[in-house]
Design a protein around this ligand. Structure first.
Ligand SMILES: O=C(O)CCC(=O)C(=O)O
Ligand SMILES: [Fe+2]
Length: 314
């Protein structure tokens, strides 16, 4: 299925009409499907190529070398998480994937430094951290524009999210779904789930497999062109908007048998706000037909709860 396509250059064009059209198209798509493809997304092609090549290098290292970078105390939020650790909420079988996570960096004297453990330095790969830092900044920038459009759509101030996501707790995750060597019992590459964060920006996955669950209850494959990124709503934004914007269930299915020997790579950026952001439902999203659906919580508390549910936090 092709998801709605929006052009971020329209939003940034300076033309009020194009900007408003972008806002309406994005907002409606998020009420309806929860997923869009974004062109002119602002993440430079060379940077995407560079990060992919570092990521492939990393995952091709022997298991014992990768394991050096696994830090269970950090609940997988930094460094490497080995195959078989994470499972979707409500699922017993772990996903068929391994991943690496990179978080926010702030200066050593920053008052918020204690919020952000250091990223893991991968000794074997030159410029690994630098490439991840650059990609992280690029995703933050595109994500900020998209959230400005969402704020306008919701009738909020355009800059409503700016401060909440500045020095926020986003995670850049590189995932490797290894070749499948024998019939998996019940597991798939990524079992059905909803993302935890505000929005997720996903750069061109290296193979098919991503599917979303439609309102009609059908699984449909997501297709996007190589120059587009996929951006979807996560549970934090769904909760904040009292279910007005939809955090759509999605999964990554195993390839057909003749492609079992292939790896799949993908690099989602999970855009999180600062831990202290309130996720209390917006008053403008509550009315008689839509009574408040969730108790108040903060982004930090909510994340903690969700990390326990997926087996990353004990
Ligand atoms: O690998 C993909 O294409 C999507 C991964 C995903 O949905 C996730 O990690 O939350
Ligand atoms: Fe996801």
């Amino acid at each position: 299925m092709s998801i709605p396509v929006v052009n971020l250059a329209d939003f940034l064009s300076g033309d009020p009409q194009l900007k408003q059209q972008f806002v309406q198209k994005l907002g409606r798509a998020y009420e309806d499907v929860g997923f869009v493809a974004v062109k002119n997304h602002g993440i430079p092609d060379e940077l995407i190529e560079e990060i992919y090549s570092r990521v492939q290098q990393f995952f091709s290292m022997p298991a014992d070398k990768k394991k050096k970078y696994e830090i269970p105390e950090l609940a997988g939020q930094r460094g490497y998480t080995s195959f078989g650790k994470e499972h979707a909420k409500g699922s017993e079988a772990p996903d068929l994937k391994e991943f690496y996570q990179h978080g926010q960096t702030v200066g050593p004297d920053d008052p918020e430094k204690h919020e952000y453990p250091d990223n893991v330095q991968i000794e074997e790969i030159p410029d690994f951290t630098e490439t991840f830092n650059q990609a992280y900044r690029a995703f933050e920038k595109s994500g900020k524009s998209l959230l400005q459009a969402i704020a306008i759509y919701l009738g909020l101030d355009e800059h409503y999210f700016d401060n909440q996501i500045r020095k926020g707790n986003s995670i850049l995750r590189a995932i490797h779904y290894p070749p499948i060597t024998h019939e998996p019992k019940s597991a798939i590459r990524a079992e059905q789930h909803e993302d935890i964060n505000l929005i997720t920006l996903l750069v061109g996955a290296s193979a098919d497999g991503l599917q979303i669950l439609t309102k009609q209850g059908d699984w449909v494959g997501v297709t996007s062109l190589p120059e587009q990124i996929v951006v979807n709503v996560g549970d934090m934004l769904q909760r904040l908007t009292n279910n007005r914007l939809r955090s759509t269930t999605h999964r990554v299915v195993n390839p057909p048998r003749e492609l079992w020997y292939t790896s799949r790579f993908s690099i989602p950026f999970f855009l999180h706000p600062k831990s202290k952001m309130s996720l209390a439902c917006l008053e403008s999203c509550i009315d008689e037909k839509h009574p408040r659906g969730y108790p108040d919580t903060s982004a930090g508390e909510y994340l903690d709860e969700r990390l326990r549910e997926i087996g990353l936090k004990k």
